[in-house]
Ligand binder design. Structure first.
Ligand SMILES: Cc1cc2nc3c(=O)[nH]c(=O)nc-3n(C[C@H](O)[C@H](O)[C@H](O)COP(=O)(O)O)c2cc1C
Length: 205
């Protein structure tokens, strides 16, 4: 089986080297995030925020608290992909546009809010797990969108999360889940790495 989407998925690698002269316009950055926000989220919570670090000043603030990884200075943009702790009280607001556009009947809003409240509100670990899941899905969509646009990407956990939280004004319900650099690659990046065999990672039951 092959098509353009599968080819995009199969050919992606994590870039190490970026062309420091290549930039992305704010419209390009908005488009990447718009695509990212079409990813699925639990109860349509959309519990994410993306901080686009793209100016030299902002890069200089991020670099020392992110292991001075070269991607931060060289890639056109590095997103601080934030997940927000799952909070069922936002559901009526998040679903209002669905009701207004006729996608969902109004009576269903409560039918989503109540199980979400039961699932999350007494369970801080689940709230945080959902923040991480949401941000990860969003980042993944952006990674493949970038690849399809001919851009490289690097998801990064090599940063000081408390320092990033402080320096970029995250709120107490926000988790800096990962950094995601995106930009034009330069030569020298590694080829696709082999994967563990399917027999090791798949259980057919
Ligand atoms: C959650 C996560 C964190 C990562 N953190 C870093 C990082 O801090 N720095 C880095 O250079 N690469 C980082 N990577 C890239 C991985 O090393 C890379 O994805 C892995 O070696 C597989 O290579 P591939 O993505 O090219 O297939 C990270 C990847 C993920 C998914």
């Amino acid at each position: 089986m092959n098509n353009a989407v599968i080819e995009t998925i199969l050919s992606r690698t994590a870039a190490k080297y970026y062309d420091p002269a290549a930039t992305l316009s704010d419209d390009d950055i908005r488009e990447l995030v718009r695509i990212g926000t079409t990813a699925p989220t639990s109860f349509h919570l959309q519990n994410w925020r993306f901080i686009a670090v793209r100016s030299p000043e902002a890069k200089a603030r991020l670099s020392p608290i992110a292991w001075s990884q070269p991607a931060i200075t060289d890639a056109a943009v590095t997103f601080i992909v934030c997940g927000q702790l799952a909070d069922s009280s936002v559901i009526p607001d998040r679903l209002a546009p669905l009701v207004a556009s006729g996608v969902m009947p109004e009576t269903m809003v409560q039918e989503w809010e109540i199980p979400a409240r039961d699932l999350y509100m007494a369970y801080p670990q689940r709230q945080r797990d959902e923040a991480v899941r949401t941000a990860t899905f969003g980042a993944a969509a952006m990674i493949y969108a970038a690849r399809s646009m001919g851009l490289g990407s690097t998801p990064m956990i090599g940063f000081d999360d408390e320092a990033v939280h402080r320096e970029f004004g995250l709120t107490k319900d926000e988790v800096p889940v990962m950094l995601l650099s995106i930009g034009t690659e330069r030569s020298g990046n590694w080829a696709q790495k082999p994967r563990r065999p399917i027999t090791e990672v798949l259980n057919l039951v």
